[in-house]
Every structure is written in structure tokens, then in C-alpha cells.
Design a protein around this ligand. Structure first.
Ligand code: SF4
Length: 117
């Protein structure tokens, strides 16, 4: 379900679920969100939209010829294999503390008021 009139935006409910996942996962893995909040919000928005469209949080920073086949393959379902195995997140969502773009928070800073509850 997406907000009426904009098929490229996730619903607030899907965004909230995705934000909760991201905050839990950052805490669990000792990673931090980007020091530029718009990066985090954009990645979460993409994940939330994919959750709605494909039923899984396919990485939003890649192009897929066949998204449903990618979901079934599970390699790029967030957290993807590179993140799970090596803590590598090329979207800059989950960053180790020594990463040059790492912030100091494991809580998403809401920058888009449409997602405020
Ligand atoms: Fe998630 Fe991996 Fe994409 Fe990072 S790179 S947002 S961990 S799927």
C-alpha cells in the first residue's frame, strides 16, 4: 500500500517498520547511521518501498532486471550478504564507527515530517 497519488513513496506504516528494523540492526551490529541524515532517510524510504512492492527489503541502491527473482535469491535482501558477512553496506545505511561518514547515533533522525507519528 502506498500513499494515494504517489507510487514512488512508501506508506508511513512501512517506513516505520523499516526504521524499527534499522535501529534494531544497528544496535545489534555496533554500526551507526550516516552523519548526513538525508542519506539514511533516502535508503530507508527505498527499503520501505521495496518491502511494499516486492514483499522483501531488496537493497534500494541497485538495479534489478527481475526484482522478484532477486527477492527469491535473497542475496540483496537487507541486511544483504556483504553486510551480514563483512559489515559492508554500500548504501551507507549501517556504518562502522571508524567510517568517515559514520555519525554517532543508532536512532534514525526523522527529517521528513510526513513520517512523524
Ligand atoms: Fe541493506 Fe546491504 Fe543495501 Fe546496506 S547495502 S542497505 S545492508 S541491502
Amino acid at each position: 500500500m502506498t500513499r494515494s497519488g504517489d507510487e514512488n513513496k512508501a506508506s508511513p506504516a512501512s517506513f516505520a517498520l523499516t526504521r524499527h528494523f534499522a535501529e534494531s540492526y544497528a544496535s545489534k551490529t555496533g554500526t551507526y547511521f550516516c552523519s548526513v541524515p538525508t542519506v539514511t532517510t533516502a535508503v530507508l524510504e527505498g527499503l520501505a518501498l521495496h518491502r511494499e512492492k516486492y514483499g522483501a527489503m531488496l537493497c534500494p541502491c541497485r538495479y534489478y532486471e527481475d526484482p522478484q527473482a532477486e527477492v527469491a535469491a535473497a542475496y540483496w535482501n537487507c541486511p544483504c550478504v556483504p553486510m551480514r558477512e563483512r559489515k559492508e553496506c554500500h548504501c551507507l545505511l549501517f556504518l562502522p564507527p571508524d567510517h568517515p561518514f559514520a555519525g554517532t547515533s543508532q536512532t534514525v533522525e526523522t527529517i521528513d515530517l510526513q513520517y512523524e507519528s
